[in-house]
Design a protein around this ligand. Structure first.
Ligand SMILES: NC(=O)c1ccc[n+]([C@@H]2O[C@H](COP(=O)([O-])OP(=O)(O)OC[C@H]3O[C@@H](n4cnc5c(N)ncnc54)[C@H](OP(=O)(O)O)[C@@H]3O)[C@@H](O)[C@H]2O)c1
Length: 336
């Protein structure tokens, strides 16, 4: 990491790499122009050609035709892993073993045991790791957390959320491949579950129903999280369209997170007897730069975990996702 030359600012310029330049990596790389204290310096793909083409598109100086070569680059501080879920344990562990900070796409892994392995490794090595749950860094969600903490809706009793995306069945697409961790649980369910976990904490009981597709992945998943004291979350994810709205309910009112709640530009505070209070807070970027900013800030402060997206929250979310897979009958595994 390099200190900003001549700015008089105590900050570091984090040297970033992309591992797995697929669909989401394109969006994240495109958002790097909004990242203040970090720059993309390298990309690694299983194909030298794909790595070079990606590097050319985003002005990245170094490209590698294997992940091992990328991780041997001493002038890379942090790696953004954007490969399919079932490869996250292998790729995330390799990043940590190379002593580099890890920002790993959601879902963090395909299984709870896999998440425990990666988290254990990060903690044992004292290396930074974070799940790329970009929702938590959106300004509207940050405001929602502040309002809830300030008691704006009284005591929080429940969360409702849905996230559906119309995805026609294609057995060749990662989304429908069991081997690559397809299905709604890891791709979309993680968002509704993470929102509920952020607001309500860890449930005492998880009841999930869903349907299986021909390839063994699920095409829809519905969750009832119970907290043993009457609090609950009702959540839904699907490969067919739905509004993608969420709502946090309290004893004195509620907060609506209008579609699409996983990267909202506003929230609406509603309290009986008062006019709805629409709080408009769009991100200045496409929204992906914010999670990168968080990693940069944590590294500058010498933190090994993000207080906003701590690894214990990632483990709690993975525990719910694992129960969802088990209850629906999706045989998810991590590649070693
Ligand atoms: N935050 C968000 O909004 C968001 C949105 C979409 C997806 N995601 C997450 O990002 C991750 C990747 O999703 P994606 O849609 O970008 O996937 P994708 O387009 O299929 O890209 C994944 C990339 O991983 C690499 N890869 C490594 N091993 C692979 C294997 N065995 N099979 C296929 N690809 C392999 C490939 O790049 P090379 O072969 O070139 O190395 C591929 O391009 C998932 O965890 C997903 O949930 C997040």
């Amino acid at each position: 990491m390099m200190t900003h030359a001549g700015t008089g600012r105590f900050a570091v310029m984090v040297r970033w790499a992309v591992l797995g330049p697929g669909r989401i990596a394109e969006s994240v790389a495109g958002d790097f122009s909004h990242v203040a204290d970090g720059e993309l310096v390298a990309v690694g793909s299983r194909s030298a050609e794909r790595a070079r083409a990606f590097a050319d598109r985003y002005g990245i100086p170094r490209s590698y035709g294997s992940y091992a070569e990328l991780l041997a680059d001493d002038e890379v501080d942090a790696v953004y892993v954007a490969t399919p879920h079932t490869w996250h344990v292998a790729h995330g562990s390799a990043v940590l073993e190379a002593g580099k900070a890890l920002l790993m796409e959601k879902s963090f892994t395909a299984t709870l045991a896999g998440a425990e392995r990666v988290v254990g490794l990060a903690r044992e090595r004292g290396v930074f790791a974070m799940e790329a749950m970009w929702t938590r860094f959106q300004p509207a969600i940050v405001r929602l957390r502040e309002l809830v903490a300030d008691g704006a809706i009284g005591e929080v009793r429940g969360v409702e959320a849905d996230l559906g995306a119309g995805r026609p069945f294609d057995p060749d697409d990662r989304l429908f491949s069991l081997d690559l961790g397809g299905g709604t649980i890891l791709d979309l369910g993680v968002y509704v579950v993470s929102l509920a976990q952020m607001v309500l904490g860890n449930p005492t009981r998880v009841d999930v129903s869903g349907s299986l597709m021909a390839t063994g992945v699920d095409g829809e998943s519905s969750y009832l999280l119970s907290y043993g004291d009457g609090r609950s979350a009702t959540l839904r994810a699907a490969f067919y369209p739905s509004p993608g709205a969420a709502r946090v309910l309290g004893t004195k009112g509620w907060i609506d997170i209008p579609p699409r709640f996983h990267h909202p530009d506003r929230i609406v505070l509603r309290r009986p007897g008062s006019e709805p209070d629409e709080i408009v807070l769009p991100p200045a970027s496409a929204g992906y730069s914010l999670e990168v900013d968080e990693v940069n800030r944590c590294l500058a402060e010498g933190l090994t975990e993000s207080p906003t997206m701590p690894l214990d929250d990632t483990l709690a979310v993975q525990a719910i996702l694992q129960q969802a897979a088990d209850q629906i009958g999706v045989a998810l595994t991590d590649h070693p």
